[in-house]
Design a protein around this ligand. Structure first.
Ligand SMILES: CC(C)(COP(=O)(O)OP(=O)(O)OC[C@H]1O[C@@H](n2cnc3c(N)ncnc32)[C@H](O)[C@@H]1OP(=O)(O)O)[C@@H](O)C(=O)NCCC(=O)NCCS
Length: 447
């Protein structure tokens, strides 16, 4: 690292890739700062990267991210340290990365390896003036018996204590989350660290996962792919998995899972590259692989089978008078107007688009609702933008929103302007008057 107070180890010999921006290029970095400020990045560091000579530089990069008000959560792996311990102590292990069987001896070595790696992280962050804390925020359940084989102490994430992690983050503490989780009885269980990062990202509404690995990026057909959409990667995993290099397979699988559960972007990059992390975050080219989601991929037209979920979803908003009451029958009758946003096959947001029969170039956006747990992640805006896009595709030139409590959202976030009720066609104006809600009417011209 060329600036700052941190260690100045020269670049690792493994870093064959030339970096494209210098951290001193503040002007370049500053263009990204407003976009990332306040966002949560999950930095998932493989055990082998903690052991690499570039590790100290990486910690300086993390300190730079923190100084730019980017919130960082660190998840780490332990495979390399576990294998080393196994060789040193001559104790065979049943699996190194937390995906196969973890027997008692392996779990014992894994907890020791994990303590060592967590300590190295705490030490390194301390040297860079950062407050950090190792945590017990991950509750897990044993995987049980799979295809007749007892996975023993290998587990899946049951719950992440997001309030606890959120408090640490709010206090400017970097949480360190190890791949040793805790079961319902408080006893240690092994979790795969790639999975852990994806689960953390979902629970904390992170905007990025950055996997730091000993590979240059995600290799497909023997070549590093700089960018790939989640749809293309999912298809490859399902139909031609052999085209993906084995070393990147777990990260590819978890990148897809993370994006499907709401994390917009996943980076897979070589943690041995000097300045690699800063380059990936603060330059348009990046140095690793980026897996990106399609902005609207989680939105689809509603179906009859969704009626009950939509009704239950919007009930609270109706109680608070944010939305007009609609019976299940009314929702079913107008199901063609609904679009829903799905995460893990659960509907977490909805919106309607209605074309006025007597004013076909104008469409009304209504019944917009996002489940509170998912607020402030851009889903509301995405739903409105999507509805506007569909309206335009179907020939509308104007969209209208009628709102009692969220008019600020439509004007400040979605680019609508306040107008008068007279813009409404006659039949709709009568309904408006009859409702007595005195809602504000907003309009957006579709350019
Ligand atoms: C309004 C609503 C759809 C926004 O959903 P969301 O997914 O959180 O929205 P986004 O993440 O795209 O945008 C969030 C931004 O919207 C703005 N915003 C949200 N609600 C707002 C409101 N009532 N008034 C003004 N601005 C608002 C905030 O600036 C917020 O920014 P922040 O995250 O920095 O705090 C959601 O709060 C909701 O479902 N509310 C209840 C139902 C409702 O009122 N629907 C509108 C009926 S017409």
């Amino acid at each position: 690292m060329s600036t700052g107070n941190g260690p100045t180890t020269p670049p690792s010999p493994a870093s064959a890739i030339a970096t494209t921006i210098k951290p001193t290029d503040l002007r370049g970095i500053l263009t990204y700062v407003p976009r990332f400020q306040g966002q949560i990045f999950i930095i998932a560091i493989d055990g082998s990267i903690v052991a690499d000579e570039n590790f100290s530089n990486l910690l300086v990069d993390i300190a730079v991210l923190r100084s730019l008000a980017i919130k960082v959560v660190i998840a780490h792996g332990i495979s390399q340290q576990l294998e080393e311990l196994s060789t040193m102590r001559k104790i065979p292990i049943s699996n190194a990365d937390g995906t196969g069987v973890t027997d008692a001896a392996t779990l014992d070595l894994a907890t020791r390896a994990s303590s060592r790696v967590s300590h190295l992280l705490v030490e390194g962050l301390t040297q860079n003036g950062l407050k950090c804390a190792t945590t017990n925020a991950v509750r897990a359940l044993p995987l049980g018996i799979i295809k007749g084989v007892d996975q023993q102490f290998t587990s899946k994430v049951e719950r992440i204590d997001k309030d606890f992690l959120g408090e640490l983050i709010d206090r400017h503490v970097v949480p360190i989350v190890s791949p040793i989780a805790f079961g319902p009885d408080g006893k240690a269980l092994r979790v795969n660290s790639d999975l852990l990062a994806a689960e953390l990202a979902e629970a904390l509404h992170a905007t990025k996962i950055i996997y730091l690995t000993p590979q240059e990026g995600l290799e497909i057909d023997g070549k590093v792919r700089r960018e790939i959409s989640v749809d293309a990667l999912r298809k490859l995993l399902e139909t031609e998995p052999a085209r993906i290099a084995e070393a990147g397979f777990s990260k590819a699988t978890h990148a897809v899972k993370a994006i499907e559960t709401g994390t917009p972007r996943v980076h897979i990059l070589d943690g041995r590259i000097f300045d690699g992390l800063l380059n990936e975050v603060f330059s348009s080219e990046g140095v690793g692989s980026l897996v990106y989601g399609n902005d609207y991929q989680q939105i689809r037209k509603a179906r009859k089978a969704d009626v009950r979920q939509i009704y239950n979803l919007t009930r609270n908003a109706v109680r608070r008078e944010e939305l007009i009451h609609r019976t299940q029958q009314a929702i079913e009758k107008n199901i063609d107007q609904f679009f829903v946003f799905e995460i893990d096959e659960n509907i977490i947001a909805c919106v309607t688009l209605y074309f006025y029969p007597d004013k076909p170039q104008t469409a009304e956006i209504g019944s917009l609702y996002v489940m509170p747990f998912y607020h402030h992640r851009g889903i509301g805006k995405k739903m409105v933008d999507y509805a506007c896009m569909i309206a335009k595709e179907r020939g509308a030139t104007t969209t209208i929103a009628v709102s009692t409590q969220s008019f600020g959202f439509f004007s400040n976030v979605c680019g609508f302007e306040e107008t008068t009720k007279e813009i409404l066609p006659e039949a709709r104006l009568k309904l408006y008057e009859d409702s007595g809600r005195n809602a504000k009417v907003l309009v957006k011209r579709l350019g």
